[in-house]
Design a protein around this ligand. Structure first.
Ligand code: ATP
Length: 307
């Protein structure tokens, strides 16, 4: 099936001459959860804003369900829900009306039962009659999510949805994301919290300096770029690593009692060779552990390389 969002050679140069996007190509599949990772100023919000029709591209093309986001913006906009980073609501309106109006604005028939369901899901039901200005920052953020869900979008963009919010909101959010995924909604989120991407995303895209460095299935990425480390606590201290072990890449690490061995996450069989060589060299260990690099390690390595 054709991707639900297709981005081709997308560039954006702002009026001051700053190149925020330098030729991005990306296909987003129907029903997937894609996490876009990148440091501050990488171009994530610019990319999302172009797909959502808020910012005009300088070059390239974006198709949403086959429709051009510039020429057919009315159609594409109706398919997309956006939860922006910044709060954009009328402070003197009630929560109930804010969410209800959002549905109406997008041309959907009123459905109070559905609105109630969303408000309950996001723990906003008790606040439905409060004015927006009476809510805490975290509650306002919940309303932004409710506003985007109110018109049942097929594609949902979440721009740093959990930045500066508490654990409860994060948990509520993930429950909502799970429900939406089950309903076939495509979800794209930007985040600085790598564990969030690790937890929830099917694919991960890394963006830096206006370029998409990679997009990869999360598990494949962790396998391909992930590193593992075998740590051997020795029974007796040693001064130098015997040649037979040094040849395999083992090193003393911070102590005469600890040997470490770094290997690719997909080369677990290498451990057997290390252990049999240990026996051959007559070096005994009293404990053994392994450590796997996280998505965060991979991200830092990728972005660092490019910097
Ligand atoms: N209207 C604008 N005019 C000029 N430059 C802009 C404008 N909007 C954004 N930029 C610049 O474009 C770059 C990308 O910004 P963008 O907001 O897309 O980054 P981001 O990855 O979302 O960052 P963050 O994680 O901080 O939200 C930044 O250097 C920013 O200063």
């Amino acid at each position: 099936m054709a991707p639900i969002v297709s981005i081709r050679d997308l560039t954006k140069t702002y009026a001051n001459g700053f190149k925020a996007l330098k030729g991005v190509n990306l296909d987003i599949e129907r029903g997937e959860i894609l996490a876009l990772l990148g440091p501050n100023g990488a171009g994530k919000t610019t990319l999302i804003s172009i797909v959502c029709g808020i910012v005009n591209p300088s070059g390239g093309e974006v198709l949403v369900d086959g429709h051009d986001v510039v020429k057919d913006f009315r159609v594409t906009r109706s398919l997309i829900g956006l939860v922006p980073q910044e709060l954009t609501t009328d402070q003197f309106e009630t929560v109930w009306n804010t969410v209800r109006f959002s549905r109406g604005l997008h041309g959907c028939k009123p459905d109070p039962v559905y609105i109630e369901k969303i408000l309950r899901e996001l723990s906003l039901w008790d606040k439905r009659d409060n004015m927006m200005r009476q809510l805490s920052g975290g509650m306002k953020r919940r309303v932004l999510i409710a506003k985007a869900l109110a018109y049942e979008p097929r594609i949902l963009f979440l721009d740093e949805p959990t930045a500066g919010v508490d654990v409860n909101l994060r948990k509520d959010m993930w429950k909502v994301v799970e429900r939406l995924r089950a309903a076939g909604v495509t979800i794209i989120l930007t985040t600085h919290y790598i564990e969030e991407a690790e937890e929830i995303a099917d694919r991960v895209g890394v963006i830096n300096g206006g370029e998409l460095l990679l997009v990869e299935d999360k598990n494949t990425l962790m396998k391909k770029l992930g590193r593992k480390q075998l740590i051997l606590e020795l029974a007796e201290p040693i001064d130098t690593v015997p040649t037979g072990l040094a040849d395999l890449g083992l090193e003393l690490n911070g102590s005469r009692n600890r040997l470490v061995y770094d290997y690719d996450a997909d080369k677990e069989h290498a451990i057997a060779a290390v252990l049999s060589r240990m026996v051959k060299e007559g070096i005994h260990f009293r404990d053994l552990s392994t450590r796997q690099s996280s998505l965060e390690d991979i991200f830092v390595a990728l972005v660092g390389e490019k910097a």
